[in-house]
Write a protein that binds this ligand. Sequence first.
Ligand code: NAD
Length: 485
Amino acid sequence: MIFGDRPMLIGGAFATASAGAWITSLNPATEEPIGRVPAGTKDDVMRAVAVAADAQPSWNERSIWERGALLRKLAARFRSNAAEILKMEATDTGNTIAKLRADVEIAAGYLEYFAGLATEMKGDTVPASPRGIHFTLREPYGVVGRIVPFNHPFMFAAAHLAAPLTAGNTVVIKTPETSPLSGHLLAQACADVLPPGVVNIVSGYGMPVGDALVRHPGVRRIGFTGSAATGMAIQRAAAETCVKHVSLELGGKNPLIVFPDADVVKAVDATVAGMNFSWAGQSCGSTSRLLVHESLYAKAVELLTAKVAALKVGDPLDAASEMGPVNSAAHFKRVMSFIEAGKAEGTRLMTGGGRPAGAQFQRGYWIAPTVFADVTPTMKVGREEIFGPVVSAIKWSTVDEVIGIANGTDYGLTAAVFTNDITAALSTARRIDAGVVAINSSNMHFVGLPFGGFKNSGVGGEECLEELLSYTQVKAVHIQMTPGR
Ligand code: NAD
């Protein structure tokens, strides 16, 4: 196994699981075992939370400048270790290495951004009474639990440290059970740079590790990124223990709407770029529903099919590859079941629809990039998140109809609108139920603006000041300078 055993980090020391069990990670391109992580237990979570709680007061007593300096040092560590992180991450996830380079930079950038934002954790002074001074303070929660999905395990685990640590919390991270190996590289960096217990990394399955973290009464703040079903389970489990602040970054079935006046070539290019085929479409923001006006529909489907069929599927470690395999055997089965449903529901399969041709793709979790045309909004492939390399093209005739289709799923993460008519663009942006709307572009993330969903796509914006403040709780302080009010 090329990457060997990769222990967890608890209290500044590397640790195996209390029950001694391991999870073997497979290379999704070949199905070969490449490394192991401990299959953590409830006891491991209890231990991690206990050391995080011990470490929190002295972490919070450091000035924001000291904490910021350590976060910047951690960011520098990520950059200097980028080659090792990227090789492991591409091998373990199947994400292609050329685009994956950005993940390390994004994680490092978040640490620096939030370190620099620390003075914005301000309170307010309110003239609530004539002889008093009334102000608010922002204080950390204590121990924060952050739970990470499989699609960008290093980037999410590393970037999601930034806001809670800046706010003076300590953190317990739960890494995903598939593609978990890079969690150990993060653990090494944290062990080298941060005081023991400030960041703890526990590997293992959702049950028991994620669940134990969510239910722990000492963890009052949970930040979760993953599926809507798990997000709802987390809300339920948290509420069964005590009152907690739970923020959720969940899935999407994101529409890209093409109006009759739009540049159809640009719209299709943006659909393919927005699909994030570099991670086999395993992206919450994937532009997986292309909603095209009937006047452009045939052209859009033709262009989309040609562009998707031309994507270079290949070894994730080859810089020329544009798409690798999906992440795991279970996920392969799930995506394929959607593809079979699409075929059975009477869509037109334009390209893909199974394993790519070629001996090298018959083993491993390879799925050819797929386009379904003539999808209707009630079909499974037109309504549910596939989280794979599958685009569904849907035709519309009136604006009210397309808004109905766009808003007709349980999700509301991102949307895109292609038109040169400013009124149509802005009124559509207003009418779409989504946390992020891009006009004449797709899948936009800018540090400083919130990324987060409406409806079943989540609660709480991230990548901005709102994320930092969400890791604080507000206390009102009243000073009475003379007796009375
Ligand atoms: P998932 O919900 O299956 O798992 C996510 C994490 O939750 C894993 O670490 C898993 O072990 C853990 N988990 C599972 N059950 C749990 C439980 N009962 N209690 C606590 N933790 C539990 O999601 P996934 O398959 O890893 O990721 C794919 C999903 O994540 C997609 O729906 C995708 O859209 C979403 N996602 C959203 C964003 C965003 O920013 N909105 C980003 C990336 C991925």
